[in-house]
Design a protein around this ligand. Structure first.
Ligand SMILES: [Cu+2]
Length: 112
């Protein structure tokens, strides 16, 4: 019973940190950064993300690819957009980096 209470309390405290509004705001900030960064813009649709940790993992994986200048990922819509140096990397390399994490990814249209 005590263990149950503790795990419920833990769930609520974790929830308090995971704020979808803050995640959406962080995405908008990152999106502006991608748009402002010189380079080729590529967009992807990523399936299977469910929280800010997921989008942070995808962002880290994308930024870990040589040639990626900026990346924004929204787990709520599955949208991912990156600015790249097209002489160093390409869509296939980025799709592979996302799939390695276990998320399904496909190329998408760059919006706006
Ligand atoms: Cu997650």
């Amino acid at each position: 019973m005590r263990a149950l209470f503790l795990s419920v309390a833990l769930l609520f405290s974790v929830d308090a940190f995971a704020c979808p509004m803050a995640d959406a705001a962080a995405y908008q900030t990152a999106l502006q950064e991608v748009k402002a960064t010189e380079g080729t813009q590529l967009a992807f649709k990523v399936d299977g993300m469910h929280c800010g940790d997921c989008s942070n993992k995808v962002i880290a994986a994308l930024k870990g690819v040589d040639g990626v200048k900026a990346a924004a990922v929204d787990y709520q819509t599955g949208e991912a957009i990156v600015s790249i140096d097209a002489e160093k990397t390409n869509a296939d390399a980025l799709l592979a980096a996302i799939s390695e994490l276990g998320y399904a990814a496909a190329p998408a249209e760059v919006q706006g």
